[in-house]
Ligand binder design. Structure first.
Ligand SMILES: [Zn+2]
Ligand SMILES: [Zn+2]
Length: 154
């Protein structure tokens, strides 16, 4: 599985393979060293049982969706639609918009789930068994605060 760690200092996203990951990763931007403890289950891509960065067990599932891609589809659709609208081809204009929205929906539904760590926002992509529940705002608030305090004490 692939793990994306978020640097606590500069928020850079650092990606590496769990199978070959060591016990430290260095942020390429701010040189901060981040300690990793990769469990056997994560290495073998069977389950995300414990976050390698914060050792948290609370994770949530979300679609692996890049909002920028979705937005681009809508903007391109709107531009094309605008051209048709200009030439008073309203029906075609609306159809193009509709198709763009539909395309977004299709892309979205085909996306796979990924697990995200509530505390440190590490992301886990792979074929492992999905066990994490959906996002819960209350849990996120609590755990993010706890993690921020822990980082502050280091
Ligand atoms: Zn950094
Ligand atoms: Zn974590």
């Amino acid at each position: 599985m692939k793990i994306t760690v978020v640097c606590p200092d500069c928020k850079s996203r650092l990606e590496f393979l769990a199978r070959t990951g060591g016990d430290l990763i260095e942020c390429g931007l701010c040189d901060r060293l981040i300690a990793l403890a990769i469990s056997e289950k994560i290495r073998s891509d069977s389950e995300v049982d414990c976050c390698p960065v914060c050792q948290g067990v609370e994770l949530y599932s979300r679609k692996d969706f890049d909002p920028k891609v979705g937005l681009t589809v809508i903007i391109v659709g709107a531009l094309i639609s605008g051209v048709f609208y200009w030439f008073r081809l309203d029906l075609i204009a609306y159809s193009v918009l509709g198709i763009a929205a539909l395309l977004d929906l299709v892309v979205y539904s085909r996306l796979r789930d990924l697990s995200v760590c509530y505390r440190c926002h590490a992301e886990f992509r792979g074929n492992y068994r999905r066990t994490a529940p959906l996002f819960d705002l209350h849990t996120a608030d609590e755990l993010e605060l706890e993690w921020a305090r822990r980082l502050g004490k280091q």
